[in-house]
Design a protein around this ligand. Structure first.
Ligand code: ADP
Length: 186
């Protein structure tokens, strides 16, 4: 498995090829859908490995705060259940509709609101999947630019997160993210 690490201020930005459900950061981020009731891709993997407690808390969050579903770009937090990570931050990325429906803005919000929630909870480390680039169809090259710039801006302006990881399932996606981060250090 491949890995690359970069220093941004006092924080570390890591890019890893692997499975997000195996990460030992304080939180892992779920690329959820508005129902918060699970699904395919990362979402399915997280609920399978984390167990039923995560879904139970998602149900409570829906009932208490988001009866019609979690809007695109928002983030909520639950326990990590049986995962190594203590918490799961569930966010909803945009469905790709060609790029002129504010997809980039919504995707940046999904990353930013997840990071803010982590800070609010006093968490120091967080792992992200490549939000929206699976079932939601966002082209990886474009999604990667938004993901990387949002996280780097956040780490540059906020010293309260020690480590952010991007976890990419495929070696091709890993290379896309690595190239994008390195282009910003040249
Ligand atoms: P979305 O609906 O936001 O597009 P998906 O889960 O369909 O979310 O896909 C997002 C990305 O996560 C895809 O690149 C997919 O290959 C990847 N992925 C799927 N399972 C995992 C996993 N266990 N760990 C890390 N990445 C994963």
């Amino acid at each position: 498995m491949e890995e690359a690490s970069y220093r941004i201020g006092k924080s570390q930005l890591k890019i890893l090829q692997g499975d997000i459900t195996e990460q030992d950061t304080d939180a892992i981020v779920n690329a959820a859908n508005p129902s918060l009731m699970g699904g395919g891709g990362v979402d399915g993997a997280i609920h399978r490995k984390g167990g039923p407690k995560i879904l139970e808390e998602c149900r409570k969050i829906r009932a208490a705060a988001w009866p019609k579903g979690l809007p695109t770009g928002k983030a909520v937090i639950t326990t990590g259940g049986r995962l190594k990570a203590k918490y799961v931050i569930h966010t909803v990325g945009p469905v790709w509709r060609g790029g002129s429906r504010d997809e980039a803005k919504s995707l940046a919000e999904a990353y930013m609101n997840s990071l803010r929630l982590a800070v609010d909870k006093g968490l120091r480390s967080i792992s992200f999947p490549s939000i929206s680039t699976g079932a939601y169809g966002y082209p990886i090259d474009e999604a990667c630019k938004v993901a990387v710039s949002t996280v780097i801006d956040f780490l540059t302006n906020n010293g309260r997160i020690d480590e952010v990881r991007f976890i990419l399932f495929s070696s091709r996606d890993f290379e896309v993210y690595k190239k994008e981060v390195e282009s910003r250090f040249r």
